[in-house]
Design a protein around this ligand. Structure first.
Ligand SMILES: [Zn+2]
Ligand SMILES: [Zn+2]
Length: 644
């Protein structure tokens, strides 16, 4: 059938017989080393199997084990191998749904009566190992869609049949490994021998297609790497993340609780968590006030008409809870604070001389989240946004954005976050506002980032329909990213609410509005803080800075006096005066991650001192309660930078 020309991206070019497989062509075009690391190939930019025949002139790009795409292919292939293993172990009664690669591994959804147990995990892993040792190829074939529907129907694979019935194509591709045939687009590894480092991690319930009306399937999660070292490192990190899980620590440290009788996604702050939150809120409020913000409080519900004017009922309705009738007027819970701040703006007339106006509020909002999506403090139904709105003139925009970024980064640093990724999102396809407005504000965001000397990435078209935005994702101790801060310019709400001010020309103009959240939500931010610090918070924000421990009952009275004195001096101190062994009480204080243990025996009682032991076991020389309080205050000032 003639010859075709195959070129390697940025490399050699050769002529081959028509129909040569990508893998065979590569043998002559790349070094042995690269060929041995290649798991798939890009054929004129399209990811395909190495076994794919080349039918016309083409440019190939090897996809190696060192690329993200290569890792994806490994993990996706591992999902198939896991499904085959499950089939071999548990029979054809187990129905298979879908099995994609995900960010940190892969999963496969199974319909099986009996639940998968950790014992099963081991069996499945062992079987996967056997399959890998057999070097089973992933064989691709194409089938007419009607035939494919018949094929899967005959096997009772109802999920595959459902997927096929919705596809609008003539042919589909199937992949076969051993006796297991799966519907899949590919590509896959050449064979199962690449699977050397993998692990099944957990099982979770998962509704077919994420819909609660559908049957509940069992989702087996796993991960895979090309080498054992990388897997080991990942598992160690996972172990560390588990230790830091805020849901577990939240319980152990008595910070918060979520109860079914109250409702999922609704947080109850226990005394220690409430104190932690108060400290964060106080710092946040003080810092904003110092930086020229005024504080607001607004209600939790508003007339439905307000949400109509704001556009929320058009654009945001699926996130809002249904209305309630009060005196024959419909009201609704707030999903955002913005319209309330606009209400305050409109309670008086404004002149250009007042600008910029900076208003902030810790405003509690309610948004609908699916039950399945709820997750500890991270994903909830009621949360407190650390919100701010800035109203300014066009020529103030850049400075205001600069100031916001400056304040955000300063506060994030105090909380212990100084690594972040910054994204600038530009105009999406559907938008409101004039092109001039968009250019002006996108440029202002960009210039502010440049002036601050920050590196950023552009997310083209990812802006909100009403304006461009900056997102800041912070990195925690484990290197995980968390979306927290967002800064958005808005042309829409000032227009909808017909906001105005009198300019220096005596005419009425529309102000520019900036929405800004720093932590995002207090709930989520506290969740991130718990995991970042593994519950051992810095002294300035820890709910219990010190705990008094007596050695015997003889020091009881003295301890009570020290306790009262320290509380008066502003130290967040607790006491454990139970008749228990000192070691036992020390151990408990350590588990509660209390920074300082104040140990009191006869000698301390006689000298009017306390012996201070740090969380890490280090002892400080005896000191008076006054000296201790001064030391704590000094350390807190250093941490927050508020000492002058
Ligand atoms: Zn596949
Ligand atoms: Zn807003």
């Amino acid at each position: 059938m003639g010859q075709i020309s195959v070129k390697i991206q940025d490399g050699d070019n050769r002529t081959f017989e028509h129909g040569v497989t990508a893998g065979d062509a590569l043998k002559e075009l790349v070094s042995n080393k690269i060929r041995k690391q290649t798991v798939a190939v890009k054929n004129n930019g399209e990811l395909v199997d190495l076994s794919t025949p080349m039918k016309s002139d083409t440019v190939l790009e090897p996809v190696t084990i060192n690329s993200a795409e290569g890792l994806d292919i490994l993990r996706h292939s591992a999902a198939h191998v896991m499904a085959l293993a499950v089939r071999l172990l548990f029979g054809n009664d187990v129905k298979v749904a879908i099995g994609p690669a995900i960010e940190s591994g892969f999963y496969y959804d199974f319909d099986r009566k009996e639940p998968f147990t950790p014992d099963d995990f081991e069996k499945i892993e062992k079987k996967m190992g056997e399959i890998a040792a057999h070097r089973l190829p992933f064989e691709r074939r194409e089938m007419n869609i009607g035939e494919a529907i018949e094929f899967f129907s005959a096997q009772g694979e109802k999920y595959k049949v459902e997927l096929l019935n919705e596809m609008e194509v003539d042919t589909v591709s199937l992949y076969q490994q051993g006796d297991f045939v799966d519907l899949c687009r590919g590509p896959h590894l050449p064979d199962s021998s690449w699977l050397k480092a993998f692990k099944i991690l957990r099982v979770a319930g998962s509704y077919w297609r994420g819909d609660e009306k559908n049957p509940m399937l069992q989702r087996l999660y796993g991960t895979a790497f090309f080498d054992k070292k990388a897997l080991k490192k990942y598992l160690a990190q996972l172990e560390e993340a588990k230790k830091r899980d805020h849901r577990r620590l939240g319980k152990e440290l008595a910070l918060f609780t979520i109860q079914n009788q109250i409702g999922p996604g609704l947080i109850l702050w226990q005394p220690r968590g409430a104190l932690l939150r108060k400290l964060i809120e106080d710092y946040w409020k003080d810092e904003h006030y110092r930086h020229g913000y005024e504080l607001l409080y607004t209600p939790h519900i508003a007339r439905q008409d307000l949400w109509r004017t704001s556009g929320h009922l058009d654009f945001y309705a699926e996130n809002m809870y249904s209305g309630m009738e009060i005196d024959e007027v419909m009201y609704q819970l707030k999903p955002m604070n913005c319209p309330f701040h606009i209400g305050i703006y409109q309670s008086s007339k404004h002149s250009y001389r007042e600008f910029p106006i900076r208003w902030c509020e810790l405003g509690t909002v309610y948004r609908y989240e699916r039950t399945g999506a709820l997750h500890g403090l991270m994903r909830v139904r009621g949360f407190t946004q650390d919100d701010a709105h800035i109203f300014c003139l066009p020529d103030q925009l850049e400075d205001e954005i600069f100031n916001i970024i400056d304040l955000n980064l300063h506060i994030l640093k105090t909380f212990g976050f100084d690594r972040y990724d910054i994204y600038l999102s530009t105009r999406p396809e559907k938008y409101v506002g004039s092109d001039t407005h968009w250019e002006l504000s996108t440029e202002a965001l960009k210039q502010a980032l440049i002036k601050k000397g920050l590196e950023y990435e552009i997310d083209p078209g990812e802006g909100v329909f009403y304006g461009p935005k900056i997102d800041i994702k912070i990195k925690d101790q484990l290197g995980r990213s968390w979306q927290c801060s967002t800064i958005q310019v808005d042309f829409n709400l000032p227009e909808r609410f017909e906001m105005s001010y009198t300019g220096d020309d005596g005419q009425e103009h529309q102000p520019i509005m900036i929405h800004r959240a720093l932590m995002g939500s207090l709930e989520r931010f506290v969740g991130v803080l718990i995991e970042h610090y593994a519950g051992a918070f810095p002294l300035w924000m820890t709910p219990e800075q010190a705990r008094i421990l007596n050695i015997t009952d003889d020091q009881y009275q003295y301890c009570e006096a020290v306790y009262a004195r320290l509380r008066k001096l502003g130290v967040r101190v607790e006491k454990d005066l139970r008749n228990e062994k000192l070691n036992y009480k020390v151990r408990e204080a350590q588990l509660m991650k209390v920074p300082y243990m104040l140990i009191v025996g006869e000698r301390e009682k006689e000298n009017g001192t306390i012996t201070v032991r740090k969380r890490n076991g280090e002892n400080l020389p005896p000191m008076t309660p006054q000296e201790f309080a001064e030391m704590v205050a000094r350390e807190c000032e250093e941490e927050t930078g508020t000492g002058n």
